[in-house]
Write a protein that binds this ligand. Structure first.
Ligand SMILES: Cc1ncc(COP(=O)(O)O)c(C=O)c1O
Length: 479
């Protein structure tokens, strides 16, 4: 999104423009000698009076950053006093292979650190729900000291053994430690898969909409993404076959339990259908199960992960401790055939020499059966109450304006607006009201969807946040 001055801010608009131009000059985005747009052009672009731009230019002329000559326009001074001559970073930062985040996602993350904002966008547990490390284990870690050398490329052997026990116990997935790679969160697992197993130009089928950090990640790897339409049972698997024929897709990526953002739980028959098709077509199926453990009380138990139905090694299973224990540990894993795990481990070793060994040691006690089950019981009670709070306030504030379904697990309510409101307008209005949510377009959804998260904000904030959102929606609809 193009920068524009904020007319509600306390800093006068001409000062905001001067500050913005100064930043661009100092960063090299506007190198010495480059010419600036005519005042009336910039005024139109920023939606301000010409006099406001004149005042900004005047301020920068006075500080020696700009020069102008009647009839010749305005340009960045060639003899900048006190301004470092640095590379044109703008050109570099726009040139790298890794794409920047979507502008709406960036805007959300910029304001998410403002303590006055109620955050219904953050997919993270509130700090009080992060369990403290069991004291006996902590004492023994402190007594014996942490191992601080480089970790094993596949991950600390003890942690991998614990993950193998954990996935067998909790999900019925049978895997040896050799088939497990510890990663820096599920995100790195997805990144490694896209870089090591696919090539630029390869086509991938994934649910539409889909988890938003996977979209730019895959696009940065040069992959072509094709969406699988979804219904109540999961994605429509027939489309995989069609895409295989028309686009030669080389991988399928799904998030079948409490899909982010829709909350859909794939039926067991859809899971089997997809697995059988991928086996038949001999294409890998990547299963992201980041929220799979978070069934809410009263909801039916979800079908087992697809990986638990896969004795042949078609599925690469990705999970982490981020949504259940603590995202800051950055502990995730990928489970798959040994040859694939070795390939990913080799790349990871070259990239970062392995996940932090301190984090890996800290993570181990959380995978013990009793610690895990105690945390799950706490989380389920907490998330259930939070969900009920959000559903009740949605009913009160947004009935008639939006529709939603009761999520069976995880952190989010996926809402559809009855009347389409411009997303940018709605987000701006919400930020002015002091609340943020995630617009559906960042997940690749059609306009008119939004995701509201009830895991981060406290009960009173969830209520107030939805009230603010309802006000913002009325404002956006009236524009
Ligand atoms: C569906 C899904 N997969 C993966 C991740 C990545 O999580 P992490 O890297 O913290 O494990 C997230 C985070 O929000 C997610 O929602």
């Amino acid at each position: 999104m193009e920068w524009k001055p904020d007319k509600q801010a306390r800093l006068p608009v001409y000062k905001q423009i001067a500050k913005r131009l100064e930043e661009q000059i100092v960063s090299g985005e506007l190198p010495p000698g480059s010419s600036l747009p005519a005042e009336r052009v910039l005024a139109r672009r920023f939606g301000v009076n010409r006099g406001t731009v004149s005042a900004a230019y005047e301020e920068l002329r006075a500080s020696g950053l700009l020069q102008s000559w009647p009839g010749s326009g305005t340009w960045v001074s060639r003899h900048l006093w006190g301004v470092k001559q640095i590379p044109n970073w703008h050109k570099y930062t726009n040139g790298g292979a890794f794409l920047p985040a979507y502008p709406l996602a960036k805007r959300i993350s910029e304001v998410s650190f403002d303590p006055a904002i109620i955050n219904l966008a953050k997919a993270e547990l509130m700090p009080s729900m992060i369990p403290s490390l069991p004291s006996r284990e902590m004492e023994s870690l402190l007594r014996c000291g942490f191992e601080l050398g480089y970790a094993h490329p596949k991950g600390n052997p003890e942690l991998r053994r614990l993950i193998a026990d954990h996935v067998r116990e909790q999900y019925g997935i049978v895997a040896s430690p050799e088939e497990i790679l510890v990663t820096s969160g599920a995100q790195q697992a997805l990144h490694l898969i896209s870089l090591c197993l696919l090539s630029p130009g390869d086509a991938v089928a994934m649910e539409g909409p889909s988890y938003f950090y996977s979209l730019p990640l895959f696009t940065s790897a040069g992959l072509r993404l094709y969406r699988l339409p979804m219904d109540e049972q999961g994605a429509q698997v027939g489309q995989v076959y069609e895409l295989y024929q028309s686009q030669r897709i080389r991988m399928v990526f799904v998030n079948p339990t409490y899909h982010n953002p829709t909350g859909v739980v794939w039926s067991e028959s859809r899971r089997r259908e997809l697995l059988d098709l991928c086996r038949e077509l001999r294409i890998p199926l990547v299963e992201d199960d980041a929220y799979g453990a978070l069934t809410l009380p009263g909801s039916p138990k979800p079908p087992p992960p697809i990986k638990a139905m896969d004795p042949d090694g078609v599925v690469l299973y990705v999970n982490s401790l981020s949504k259940t224990i603590a995202p800051g540990l950055r502990i995730g894993w990928v489970i798959g055939p040994v040859s694939v795990i070795d390939r990913l481990a080799d790349a990871k070793q070259q990239m970062d020499f392995g996940t932090s060994s301190v984090s890996q040691q800290l993570a181990q006690p959380y995978l013990g059966k009793s610690v895990w089950e105690e945390q799950m019981a706490r989380l389920q009670a907490f998330l259930h109450e939070q969900r009920q709070t959000m559903l009740a306030v949605l009913e009160k504030e947004l009935a008639g304006l939006a529709d939603w379904k009761t999520p069976l697990g995880s952190y989010h309510v996926w809402c559809r607006l009855r009347l389409p409101a411009d997303e940018q307008c709605l987000l701006d209005a919400a930020i002015r009201e002091g609340v943020i949510f995630t617009p559906g377009s960042v997940y690749g959804a059609e306009p008119g969807w939004l995701r509201l998260t009830y895991a981060w904000a406290g009960k009173a904030d969830v209520e107030e946040g939805v009230r603010r959102l309802a006000r913002a929606l009325r404002t956006a609809l009236s524009n």
